[in-house]
Design a protein around this ligand. Sequence first.
Ligand SMILES: [Zn+2]
Length: 67
Amino acid sequence: MTYWVHIARAIDRVTLHRDRCSEVPSTVTSSDFWEGGWFDYPDKERALRAMEQAGTTIQRRCSLCKP
Ligand SMILES: [Zn+2]
C-alpha cells in the first residue's frame, strides 16, 4: 500500500495519509521536500522515516483515513 506524507512548512506540520484518502490531491504538483508538499512512499516504514526527517514540530496521522 502507498502512504502519503504531507509536509506543510507554513504551519510546521507533517501528516501521514493512506493511499486514496480524500485529502490526497489527485494530481500532485511540484513538491519540494524543503518547501513542503505531497510525497508518496511504498510502505509505512519509509513514510514514517520521512515524517521524522521533515523535522516539523507537529507530526500527526490523518483522522480521516487513519493510517
Ligand atoms: Zn488521510
